[in-house]
Design a protein around this ligand. Structure first.
Ligand SMILES: [Zn+2]
Length: 85
C-alpha cells in the first residue's frame, strides 16, 4: 500500500520541475494552469510549438497564433519535433 503511494509521489514529482519552469514564463501558462502553444495558421501546418521562437515557425507563411494546448490538439495538431524532443 505504501509502495503505491510512493510510486504516485514519484510520478507527480517527475512533472514538478517542468511545471515550476513553466511558472517562470507567465506568457506560456495562464493563471488557471492552462498551457499555451504556438501554431502557424498556414494551410500546410500540422504542428504546435512550445515556443514562438521555434525554428519550425520561421518557415510559417502565415501568422503565428497562440492557442491553448487543448485547442491545438482538438484541431488535430501534433507536437513539433524540434521543440518537443
Ligand atoms: Zn517547434
Amino acid at each position: 500500500m505504501t509502495y503505491r503511494i510512493i510510486r504516485t509521489l514519484i510520478a507527480i514529482m517527475a512533472f514538478v520541475p517542468v511545471a515550476s519552469f513553466d511558472m517562470m514564463q507567465p506568457q506560456s501558462v495562464a493563471l488557471g494552469g492552462e498551457t499555451y502553444v504556438y501554431i502557424c495558421t498556414g494551410p500546410k501546418s500540422e504542428r504546435y510549438h512550445k515556443t514562438s521562437e521555434c525554428r519550425g515557425l520561421e518557415r510559417c507563411s502565415k501568422d503565428v497564433k497562440k492557442v491553448t494546448l487543448a485547442h491545438a490538439e482538438d484541431m488535430g495538431r501534433t507536437p513539433c519535433k524540434i521543440c518537443y524532443k
